[in-house]
Design a binder for this molecule. Structure first.
Ligand SMILES: Nc1ncnc2c1ncn2[C@@H]1O[C@H](COP(=O)(O)OP(=O)(O)OP(=O)(O)O)[C@@H](O)[C@H]1O
Ligand SMILES: [Mg+2]
Length: 263
């Protein structure tokens, strides 16, 4: 083998956060939770997954995160089999913070887990808290802050590892409409990475996604794959939400979800 061959063989596939799901079906015992699904998420895309309760959205996210191994088919993140904690930053359906710890304690744990040197923690922590609008809260205990603030800590924690892939499972479902809208605006700004976001809300899907995939009822397969091309950088969030184009897309997604759930 020549030296150039050796170099070639040692090169890792690009760590770009792209996702490739091929012929994937997942079962829990006798229950088929999802599939068969084929889905490719190119680097940098913001994909929103929508579908009825129980159709397998969380299962799909867990497969992408590497928490589960697909019963059939193949899942690849940046070209490799995903490993938990390594493949993606994950925000769960509920925040899953350590309530007795401070905000700082929760973030530091994520930085430690991500292998960041201790000397860099204060700077990185400040950066992360600023990104989610939580400056000055580091000494507060998790049980002392609001539900919306807890979700922000969960998002900051998931961003700590700097994985190129970001997975969010209905992160705002339990929040009031105003907080939810504000966090949606923040999430669009903070990610800038390949993102897979699960929601039940057609409104949220259209606001956030550069592409929306609607799943059929259980076991979920792809019912609709819709690119979303809205002038996001050019108009403010409220103007976008009130536009005719937005309303049309929301109606289209809402209709697809209902049809898919009834089929
Ligand atoms: N750990 C598990 N063990 C056994 N069955 C499971 C497990 N997790 C999920 N399931 C089943 O797999 C199917 C898909 O569940 P999943 O949580 O992926 O759905 P979902 O689309 O995320 O639903 P929701 O919108 O309610 O969160 C359901 O029938 C569920 O009961
Ligand atoms: Mg779920």
């Amino acid at each position: 083998m020549s030296s150039s061959d050796t170099v070639e063989a040692a090169v890792e596939p690009t760590v770009d956060g792209s996702v490739r799901i091929e012929h994937v079906t997942h079962r829990y015992g006798p229950v088929t939770a999802v599939g068969p699904v084929d889905l490719t998420v190119p680097a940098g895309e913001f994909l929103v997954l929508v579908g009825a309760s129980g159709c397998g959205k969380s299962t799909l996210l867990r497969l992408i995160a590497g928490f589960e191994q697909a019963t059939q088919g193949s899942v690849r993140v940046s070209g490799k089999a995903p490993r938990p904690g390594e493949a993606a930053g994950v925000v769960f359906q509920s925040p899953r913070l350590f309530p007795w710890r401070t905000v700082q304690g929760n973030i530091d744990l994520a930085l430690r887990y991500a292998g960041v040197e201790r000397a860099q923690w204060p700077v990185r922590r400040d950066e992360l808290l600023a990104r989610v609008g939580l400056e000055g809260t580091e000494k507060r205990r998790v049980w002392e802050i609001s539900g919306g603030q807890q979700q922000r800590v969960a998002i900051a924690r998931a961003l700590a590892a700097e994985n190129p892939l970001f997975l969010l499972d209905e992160p705002f479902a339990a929040l009031d409409a105003l907080t939810r809208e504000r966090l949606q605006e923040d999430v669009r700004q903070v990610t800038g990475r390949t993102t897979v976001f699960v929601t039940h809300s057609a409104e949220e899907a259209v606001f956030l996604g550069s592409r929306i995939v609607v799943l059929t009822k259980a076991p979920g397969t792809v019912a609709l794959d819709l690119p979303i091309d809205l002038p996001r950088g050019e108009v403010d969030a409220d103007e976008l939400r009130e536009s005719r184009e937005f309303a049309d897309l929301r109606a289209q997604v809402s209709h697809a979800v209902k049809t898919a759930a009834a089929a």
